[in-house]
Design a protein around this ligand. Structure first.
Ligand SMILES: CCC/C=C/C(=O)SCCNC(=O)CCNC(=O)[C@H](O)C(C)(C)COP(=O)([O-])OP(=O)([O-])OC[C@H]1O[C@@H](n2cnc3c(N)ncnc32)[C@H](O)[C@@H]1OP(=O)([O-])[O-]
Ligand SMILES: Cc1cc2nc3c(=O)[nH]c(=O)nc-3n(C[C@H](O)[C@H](O)[C@H](O)COP(=O)(O)OP(=O)(O)OC[C@H]3O[C@@H](n4cnc5c(N)ncnc54)[C@H](O)[C@@H]3O)c2cc1C
Length: 655
């Protein structure tokens, strides 16, 4: 069937090449090209297609379908991608497995990275190759039923038995059961387990251990291990998040991951070069989250923008034909600022992934000085990005009206998966407060006359306000954000200090200032996002692409400043606020002809999108009908439940 002419026209009105934009989105022409080649190759392999729509499957069927595809994938892995390239691998997984989770998700994102960052060379020799060849399937078991946030209160113990040179793992209470780890429930046969290291009755706190959970032949849990699935979740139902308990389960001393902390055979403990080095697997995932969430938001926007260009409802001036809903200003205001955010998040993602890779090298060379900065940055970024992604996806869902609420849109699934990110890898409020610690410390440095020692990301906290001339473009908006973030950070810090100076304990003063502190963290992070977006656009060479991204940047800066209006009242007059509001409306109009091309440029395939509304060809209605007819309820005209219950009920009512 040919493409819907409404989408053809939209594509014709684009002022740039989507392949050139994809090269900017994905960091290089080479990788953008590789993505397209991988997608093309997969589309020719029938076994990778869903056996029937995922949304009609039970959880068991989803998990089985994911395993089936993984088995097929293992035959093609080496021919489809460069296996040493993490981004190619992730693209392949997204295309084939989608976003509902699968048994290898944690293996790739946490298990292997933990081995790389935390295992000694000898340990890597023993396990890394096996993991990379997928001879074993691993997961990351840290969270317990009773504690996810407060890692110091984890209860699982790994007690060193000097006589046998083994660790004995125990789960002393119900609340100490590991709870939530992805792929743990039914799939993984090994896990990185975080347990309190106990030597001669001294607790050295949480440390990572490599633990075999299941027999490699029978896949049965090993004696001393209780393991299973935690049941259905809001989304991610293709994943078997699990529980895990230990009863006097012994592992050799060599199974504690010993790149940094060590336990010698005589039970001596060697400290790591940084107290929080064991948290690096979390930092690794957090550093990816801006990119991953940007792509979740992008997926929802591809659906909503394409659909809004084929959905006609109501009239503007021309009464002879209903208008595309994308032409309504309210629809543009709902969707275009989110397109800008999706681009901005992806650009930030590149930056944080690069910073993590650099940190990994530095730490391997004994330099841990960058850990605090990256921890602060990724803590704030994961919180703001996941929250705004959730907001944006929900707006995209509403922008699709009634059909957005149908699973045919697939937006609810994207939403459910994306908002998991508000919780996993550190609950958002908690992570904002981690960043706030860093911001408060920065203010204290300024107060102590050490402004010169501030890192580049917080140097603005020591600056004075300058005149704002909004006609000068995005950098002036950046100054507005700096003002807001600086003001709020000072106010929140001073509140905390005042409470503390009044005699309150540090903890209570912190708690009573914490809402204000989280606001400071959000503003600081949004400033970082804006500044990264501006810098990224500044570095683009292709002039057509750059021109459109400047238009998108204008949407971003005006929308973001309007959104934080309350924090800039002391800086901007009401006339200036009106000017910004009008600039926002103008920028929405400017970006309108490029809207479809901007979302096309994400180059997310129909196979991955799984959305009837978001189809690239725009043939929504006939496929919506086809999709509904494929609902299992339509296999028969008269359901057994009607025969069994409704008919007798109606018959009885007739008597
Ligand atoms: C697909 C989905 C997959 C999902 C998987 C998962 O969810 S897996 C499970 C994911 N689970 C989670 O994400 C759990 C979330 N919870 C946590 O990460 C921690 O418990 C915590 C960070 C909240 C507190 O930890 P705590 O009580 O040990 O520490 P504290 O607050 O007392 O701070 C002391 C100092 O340490 C510093 N510091 C802290 N972290 C780092 C770091 N990574 N690097 C460098 N530094 C760090 C901090 O800044 C502070 O410095 P300051 O100010 O003194 O100079
Ligand atoms: C989809 C999904 C996948 C996951 N995968 C894994 C995995 O693979 N491996 C793994 O180990 N774990 C995993 N987890 C667990 C996840 O990491 C934790 O749920 C998360 O870290 C939050 O911890 P919690 O559940 O203890 O929340 P809680 O800390 O109990 O949060 C409850 C509330 O308390 C507040 N709160 C807690 N502490 C503070 C504080 N100090 N100050 C202010 N407010 C506070 C929070 O803000 C929140 O509002 C996963 C979770 C999900 C949802």
């Amino acid at each position: 069937m040919s493409e819907n002419p409404d989408l053809t026209n939209e594509r014709a009105s684009g002022t740039f090449e989507t392949n050139a934009m994809a090269a900017v989105i994905y960091g290089s022409e080479k990788f953008a090209q590789r993505r397209r080649e991988i997608t093309e190759a997969i589309s020719k392999i029938p076994e990778f297609q869903d056996s029937h729509p995922l949304v009609f499957m039970s959880r068991e069927e989803k998990i089985s379908e994911a395993c089936r595809k993984l088995a097929v994938l293992s035959n093609y892995w080496n021919s489809l991608i460069d296996t040493s390239d993490e981004e190619e691998a992730l693209h392949l997984y997204r295309e084939v497995l989608g976003l509902e989770g699968h048994p290898l998700a944690l293996h790739e994102t946490m298990f292997i990275p933990s081995l790389i960052a935390q295992a000694s060379d000898e340990q890597q020799e023993k396990w890394l190759g096996r993991a990379q060849r997928r001879e074993i399937i691993g997961c990351y078991a840290q969270t317990e039923m009773g504690h996810g946030t407060n890692l110091r209160a984890l209860e699982t113990t790994a007690t060193f038995d000097i006589s046998t040179r083994e660790f004995i793992l125990n789960s002393p209470t119900i609340t100490s059961l590991k709870w939530w780890p992805g792929a743990l429930g039914k799939s993984a046969n090994w896990s990185i387990v975080i347990a309190n290291l106990i030597i001669k009755e001294h607790n050295y706190g949480p440390h990572p251990f490599m633990v075999q959970l299941r027999d490699e032949k029978s896949h049965e849990p090993l004696p001393g291990i209780t393991v299973g699935d935690i049941g259905p979740k809001m989304a991610f139902n293709g994943a078997d998040n699990g529980f895990l308990g230990f009863k006097n389960y012994r592992i050799p001393r060599e199974n504690m991951l010993m790149r940094h902390s060590k336990v010698t055979s005589d039970g001596s403990y060697i400290k790591p070069p940084h107290a929080k080095i064991g948290y690096s697997s979390m930092v690794k995932v957090r550093s990816r989250m801006a990119m991953d969430q940007g792509l979740f938001l992008a997926s929802a926007l591809v659906i909503a923008v394409r659909y809004s260009a084929v959905r006609r409802q109501g009239y503007l001036e021309d009464k002879s034909r209903e208008v595309k809903v994308l032409d309504y200003q309210t629809q543009q205001h709902r969707l275009f600022p989110s397109i800008a955010r999706a681009y901005a998040f992806i650009f930030c993602g590149f930056e944080t992934i690069r910073l993590y890779d650099q940190l990994l090298i530095d730490v391997q060379n004994g330099n841990t000085s960058g850990m605090a900065d990256l921890h602060a940055l990724t803590s704030g970024l994961k919180s703001v990005v996941t929250y705004q992604t959730g907001e944006g996806i929900e707006q995209a869902r509403m922008a699709c009206g009634g059909h957005g609420y149908s699973m045919a849109s697939y937006i609810s699934e994207i939403y459910g998966v994306a908002i998991g990110g508000c919780t996993y890898e550190g609950e958002n409020m908690v992570m904002l407060l981690q960043l706030a610690r860093y911001l408060v410390k920065s203010i204290e440095m300024i107060q102590n006359g050490k402004s010169r020692e501030l890192g580049p990301m917080v140097a603005y906290l020591a600056e004075n306000e300058s005149e704002i001339d909004l006609n000068l473009g995005p950098n002036e908006y950046l100054k507005v954000f700096e003002y807001a973030a600086r003001n709020q950070t000072w106010r929140a810090t001073e509140k905390f200090q005042k409470l503390r100076n009044s005699g309150m304990s540090n903890e209570e003063a912190w708690n009573q200032a914490s809402v204000e502190l989280t606001r400071a963290s959000r503003l600081h992070t949004r400033l970082y996002i804006m500044s990264t977006f501006i810098n990224h656009v500044g570095s683009i060479v292709d002039q057509k692409v750059k021109g459109v991204l400047i238009d998108l940047l204008n949407v971003h800066v005006t929308y973001e400043v309007m959104d934080i209006g309350i924090y800039v009242q002391g800086l901007l007059s009401s006339n200036q606020m009106d000017l910004i509001r009008n600039q926002l409306y103008v920028s929405l109009e400017t970006i309108r002809p490029n809207a479809v091309s901007l979302v096309d440029s994400f180059q997310i395939s129909d196979m991955q999108l799984r959305s009837v509304l978001g189809r690239r060809d725009g043939n929504v209605y006939e496929n919506l009908f086809k999709w509904a007819k494929s609902s299992p309820l339509n296999k028969t005209d008269v359901l057994p439940s009607v025969t069994q219950y409704l008919k007798p009920m109606m018959e009885k009512s007739k008597l």
